[in-house]
Design a protein around this ligand. Sequence first.
Ligand SMILES: Cc1cc2nc3c(=O)[nH]c(=O)nc-3n(C[C@H](O)[C@H](O)[C@H](O)COP(=O)(O)OP(=O)(O)OC[C@H]3O[C@@H](n4cnc5c(N)ncnc54)[C@H](O)[C@@H]3O)c2cc1C
Ligand code: FES
Length: 277
Amino acid sequence: MIMDNPLIPVYARVIKIIEETPDVKSFQVEFLDKEIGERFDYLPGQCAQVSLVGVGESHFVINSTPTRKGPLQFSVKKAGKHTAALHEIEEGAVVGVRGPFGNSFPVEEMKGKNVLIVGGGIGLAPLRTLINYMLDKREEYGKITIVYGARTSKDLVYKEELDEWAAKPGVDLHLTIDIEEEGWTKNVGVVPVVLEKIAPSPEKTVTVTCGPPIMIKFTLQSLTKLGFKPEDIITTLEMRMKCGIGKCGRCNIGHIYVCQDGPVFTYAQLKSLPQEF
Ligand SMILES: Cc1cc2nc3c(=O)[nH]c(=O)nc-3n(C[C@H](O)[C@H](O)[C@H](O)COP(=O)(O)OP(=O)(O)OC[C@H]3O[C@@H](n4cnc5c(N)ncnc54)[C@H](O)[C@@H]3O)c2cc1C
Ligand code: FES
């Protein structure tokens, strides 16, 4: 833990706000204390609690990449009171940050393998970190196949970056939207259907998936049909969280604490847990 007390937020200034979609904004933040900024290190998949004084605190995945020094980025989908209040702040505002929390995608074990990324909507946030991390260490990973979808083209996040990724050698990007739209020339259909159509090989391939629960449910079924083994499928859970440090008991599933043992799990691990998430 970088912070002296993991329960006390550290102030950070919002230096840039990007409107990603009608209900998602990305916030780039820098710690007021530069020394904390220097020490703050994290891995793809890790999260932090972001707070607004007098309003609340929420868990968000850090979707910048540790391979590029600079501000931390969080993407926030408007869901309720706190996220709506975050959508109202302007550049220059000060927020609180605690973290990083939780485990990360197994980037060391994934080395030398092909990586299949399957994302839906705001679920691309943790996958963005992983994709940029692997692109910055390109020789350490095999082919990167990305299947990403949203309800409409307006709901796709990181639009400019999607084009940049598609242009990189060894990256195969498949975009999809749920319903036909005028001018849309890419896939139409929900993510699991497009995934089965593309039918990527499970050979030497690890899959990392994140998105709405319904997408994850059918994606896991499709991956199983395609021959992917549960231990080669990785996902990240979004249980409700409070303390982030295994103290409050808000996030447990059976004997595990998602804030500490997760949020990243293999499908094999999830299958062994009580089905309460
Ligand atoms: C590990 C982790 C990573 C996350 N990463 C992101 C992220 O990168 N970007 C992002 O926008 N959100 C992320 N979330 C979800 C985010 O924390 C919640 O949307 C936020 O706390 C909602 O706060 P609120 O006060 O605006 O909404 P509330 O008033 O608390 O709730 C509004 C609505 O959202 C639902 N909701 C609230 N929290 C969650 C949750 N954790 N999971 C599912 N539904 C929820 C409630 O049931 C309710 O319907 C993450 C959550 C976790 C646990
Ligand atoms: S969030 Fe408090 S124990 Fe996990």
